[in-house]
Write a protein that binds this ligand. Structure first.
Ligand code: SF4
Length: 221
């Protein structure tokens, strides 16, 4: 048995303190698909950590590249606090329909969450591959802006081709940004859907690779 809250070793049942909800929303699994398709968890309340994107692995307690898409519930007001958490009365707004990870998480015993954590993850294709035109856009974006391409440029950045590499990365980040604007302006897509459809903007996630300042100076907005 693994304990997360060792200082509260007497805890043996959920007290609905909200601590786990304040640390970030859950990642979704196939078991949660009906909640999304039934509209209980709308797509606009989700964001995607794309394959290869550095992500906080709560079980291994380290930053690891994601093996697949990881779809998560967004935070609220620019914090990690889950979008469905109501801080005023400390309750989950969808408690009866909360996601699998929320149902199995026991802060006094993490065995069950560890068992399911990286299994049967829900990915974007499960949810939108049947929507005419939309999946094509996701694939087109992925073809130009995958983290595999980003990682290749970063590897080159460590070699003698530093300038070419930086130029290539800036081009991809600009493409990502313009692509998003185009989808909103010409495609009429709700801006709140973008982080689910195309992951978080590269201009933001590049800081995970340690490039925070250089890129924002060089982007052509
Ligand atoms: S969905 Fe509900 S139980 Fe799960 S983290 Fe969000 S507020 Fe908490």
């Amino acid at each position: 048995m693994t304990k997360i809250i060792s200082e509260n070793s007497e805890i043996d049942k959920c007290r609905r303190c909200g601590t786990c909800c304040k640390k970030g929303g859950p990642s979704l699994h196939m078991e949660d698909r009906e909640l999304v398709e039934g509209g209980i968890i709308p797509l606009k309340h989700l964001f995607t950590i794309r394959k290869g994107e550095p992500a906080n692995d709560n079980i291994r307690r380290s930053i690891q590249p994601a093996d697949t898409d990881i779809i998560k519930i967004k935070g609220q007001n620019n914090t990690l606090v889950c979008r469905f958490f109501n801080p005023e009365d400390n309750i989950c707004k969808i408690y009866e329909h909360r996601a699998l990870e929320c149902r199995v998480l026991k802060c006094w015993d993490t065995e069950e969450i560890e068992r399911i954590y990286s299994k049967n993850r829900l990915v974007r294709k499960d949810l939108i591959s049947g929507v005419a035109g939309l999946w094509d856009l996701v694939e087109e974006h992925q073809r130009r802006c995958s983290y595999e391409i980003i990682q290749n440029f970063i590897n080159r950045d460590k070699s003698d081709k530093k300038t070419d590499s930086m130029k290539g990365l800036i081009e991809i980040i600009n493409y990502d940004m313009h692509f998003r604007h185009l989808i909103i302006d010409r495609g009429g897509v709700d801006p709140e859907m973008l982080d689910f459809l195309f992951g978080r903007p590269l201009a933001d996630t590049m800081r995970m690779f340690g490039f925070e300042n250089n890129f924002h100076r060089n982007l052509h907005l």
